[in-house]
Design a protein around this ligand. Sequence first.
Ligand code: 5CA
Ligand code: ZN
Length: 409
Amino acid sequence: MHAWPASEVPALPGQGRDLRIHNTATGGLVTLQPGPVARIYVCGITPYDATHMGHAATYNAFDLVQRVWLDTKRQVHYVQNVTDVDDPLLERAERDGVDWVALAEKETSLFREDMTALRMLPPQHYIGAVEAIPGIVPLVERLRDLGAAYELEGDIYFSVESDPHFGSVSHLDAAAMRLLSAERGGDPDRPGKKNPLDPMLWMAAREGEPSWDGASLGPGRPGWHIECVAIALDHLGMGFDVQGGGSDLAFPHHEMGASHAQVLTGEFPMAKAYVHAGMVALDGEKMSKSKGNLVFVSQVRRDGVDPAAIRLALLAHHYRADWEWTDQVLQDAVDRLDRWRAAVSRPDGPGADALVEEIRDALSNDLDAPTALAAVDRWAARQNSEGGPDTGAPGLVTRAVDALLGVAL
Ligand code: 5CA
Ligand code: ZN
C-alpha cells in the first residue's frame, strides 16, 4: 500500500553523530554503525482507534532515529507494516457492525493524515498483512519442513524450542512470558500445544472469518509475528539495524519474530538493536484501545492545535519513559512553540552553531529529546530577551529544529 508524503529534511552544516541507543536485548546502550544505508523496521498500527497519542509518541521516537542517521549523510531504508487482518480488528468490525476491510482502510488513511501533519518521515515500504500473505505462506511451510512448526487441529504453531536463542530479546522467565502471552494475543492455555508459549503461524479458516489460499497449509490467515518477519526479511534482510515498537511489543511480538527469523535463516540476531518506546497513559492508565482511554491526534488537530505543538508535546518526554498525556502537557507545548516562533521571526539573533551541536549531542545520546528542547529553550530565551548580531542564526535554528526534531517553525 502507499505511505504518506515526505517532508523535506534540510541539510545542516557540520558533522552528524552516530546514534547510541538502548537495546532491550542487551539491556544497555549500543552505538550503531550502519553502512551507507541504515535499515529500520517499525511495527505499524492495527488499524482501528488510530492515531492516539501513544501511537504518535512511539512513531516520534523512530522518526528521531532516522533524523539522526540522515544527519550523518546516510540514507535510511525504513519499512513499516499495517496489521490489516488480525483478531482485534475483526472483533472491532464485528462489534460496530462494519466491514473489516472498510474499517482498516479508513483508519489507515487517518493514520497517514496524522503522520503527514506531524511530519513523520514515511517508510519506503508500507506493507499490509493481507498483501504480505503470498510471502508468508512459504515461510510457514519452510518452518514446518525444518521441524520448527507443527499442526494442531489444522492450525500451525511455531515451536519456541526450535530457536536456541529464544528469550534473547526480552530475557523474561517462563512465568512472566506466560502471563504476557495470555494478555497479548497468545493462547498459552490451549490444550495440545508442545509449549504453552508457542505462537500461531497460520490459523486455519474459521466459519464467517476471512481466509486466503495457504497452499499446502490449507486456507487460513497468518499469525501476527510471522507477518512482520516476512515483511522485514523481504525488504531488509537479516541483521538490520533497528527493530522498533512500543515496550508492549518486546514480548511476545519481537521475541517471537526474532525466533522465527533466526530459525528460518540460521543467522543471529535478526536486528542489531531492539528499541522500545515507553507507554503513554491517560488518567493514570496506559492509553489503550481495549480500555478506550484515548486522545486522538486527529481530534486535537480538529480542535485547532498546530501539529507542531503536538510534536513538541511528544518530544518533551524521553522516548523510554512512561508518561501521562494531560491538558497541561499540551498547553506547555503550545507555549513553547509560540516562544520558539517569536525567537526565529527576527532578522538576527545569538549565534546558533553551538546550539546545533547541543541538539546533535542530545539526540545521538539515546534520543534525549528533552535535553535538545531545553537547549533550544535557552537560545530562544536569550533571543527573546537580549537578541544578538548573527543574521544567519534564526534561519539555522529553524532548519536544525526542522531537520533534527521534525518541528516546522
Ligand atoms: N500492529 C501491531 C504491531 S505489528 C500493533 O501493535 N499495533 S498497535 O496499533 O496496537 O500499536 C502500534 C504501535 O503503537 C506499537 O508499537 C505499540 O507498541 C504502540 N503503542 C500502543 N499503545 C501505546 C501507548 N499507550 N503508548 C506508547 N505506544 C503505544
Ligand atoms: Zn509488528
